[in-house]
Design a protein. Sequence first.
Length: 94
Amino acid sequence: MEEVQEKIDQIKQVFIKNLNFSTVEENLRKMIESQKTGKIKSLKIVWTAESKSKGYGFVEFEDGDMALNFIKKAQGIILDDHALHFELSKQEES
């Protein structure tokens, strides 16, 4: 059980889904920073080759506790008329 908790603590990246297709990284960053749960290492909205949002993205925090605290605090928050959903990323993005 302790081993599982250690693995969770190492996950610093949060998967963000249900983004409005018009949401830009600057607005997403402001919303995340407003939650005051920790320093952002990286932030990315995933785009198509045609420069259209796919409606999801990733934010990486400095440590796993910050990521978990953010998820607990921000789950369901509204940004650009969409309720956002967050979960720990199953795979660290490179």
